[in-house]
Write a protein that binds this ligand. Structure first.
Ligand SMILES: [Zn+2]
Ligand SMILES: [Zn+2]
Length: 306
């Protein structure tokens, strides 16, 4: 099975502390790296996690609040110093390029060895913003003080695997393999029909990861994230600060857990913790009371999407 992991680079809220840095993650899928949000310390944390910059070609920015995107100019600057040659694609809400392009250009040499390519999206509806042979990324519209989207990383359905012993038994030519893996039967030179189900084993179930930060309690996202293997949902506040959560368009631990429960996700990881909490275990206990399979995000954590 191909790798599908999430690295937490930062999981604090707007004010960084000595315990938590501003938001950034990396999704590692099939050898490629996808950055999700880029808070100030993202590039240092990226290096600390021993991730390879050459494998990073796409960065997804959820919204234009500083704690989610101010690491971008520094990261691009370092890529220039390292002599990067592959273009860097940055996806974010409308307004991303207007905000960052002049600033990043001002610090880039005229003969820069790669391009920063900006891709903007509207945050009012789910849309597919990235697709390759094995992976799709959709936006998840969230409810925050500014236009904001989460991201759904969904592995594409695999195809069946050939059973080597049946290949051998029926001497199946290689040019027939693709058709059989896609669902076809095999007809021997003698006219015998060997059904697909005897020749193959089923593909592994497709996996998915949903990233939802920042947002107030928003059950309208539940259908879109239904049954994901892993959900990251912000839990900026404890249930005792419900009023503050609503005022700032953020979620409490209970909000995050209720979303996870309603969407029947495999596992919940909570983050974007307010700087006020000196002990995150309170937040964990509150979420686990509603959704037991919850873990706390922390810098350096790597979680498998399984
Ligand atoms: Zn934030
Ligand atoms: Zn925000």
């Amino acid at each position: 099975m191909q790798t599908f992991d999430v690295y937490i680079l930062g999981c604090g809220s707007a004010t960084p502390t000595v315990r938590h840095l501003q938001t950034s993650q990396v999704v590692s899928f099939c050898g490629q790296l996808y950055m999700v949000d880029c808070g100030e310390n993202a590039q240092l944390q990226f290096t600390k996690a021993r991730l390879r910059p050459g494998r990073l070609e796409h960065i997804f920015i959820s919204h234009l609040h500083g704690d989610h995107c101010l690491g971008l100019p520094g990261l691009v600057s370092t890529c220039t110093l390292l002599g990067r040659t592959t273009d860097l694609h940055v996806h974010g809400p409308v307004g991303l390029a207007q905000l960052f392009k002049p600033f990043i250009d001002a610090f880039s040499p005229p003969d820069m060895s790669f391009k920063v390519v900006y891709h903007e999206f509207n945050t009012d509806r789910p849309q597919c913003i990235y697709e390759d042979q094995a992976l799709k990324v959709h936006t998840i519209p969230l409810t925050h003080r500014v236009p904001c989207c989460g991201f759904l990383f969904a592995e594409k359905e695999g195809v069946a695997h050939m059973r080597p012993e049946m290949m051998e038994r029926y001497k199946i030519p290689y040019d027939k393999v693709n058709d059989i893996r896609m669902g076809g039967d095999y007809v021997t030179p003698g006219g015998e029909v060997v059904p697909h189900r005897l020749l193959t084993t089923e593909a592994e179930p497709a996996r998915s990861y949903a990233y939802c930060s920042d947002t107030c309690y928003n059950p309208s996202i539940v259908p879109q994230i239904q049954g994901v293997n892993l959900l990251y949902h912000e839990a900026t506040y404890s249930v005792a600060q419900q009023e503050a959560a609503e005022r700032h368009f953020h979620s409490t631990t209970a909000d995050a857990a209720r979303i996870a429960e309603a969407a029947h996700v495999g596992q919940l990881v909570i983050g974007h913790f307010s700087a006020r909490y000196l002990d995150d275990t309170l937040l964990l206990r509150e979420a686990q009371a509603i959704f037991p399979n919850t873990v706390l995000a922390c810098e350096g954590l790597k979680i498998s999407v399984a």
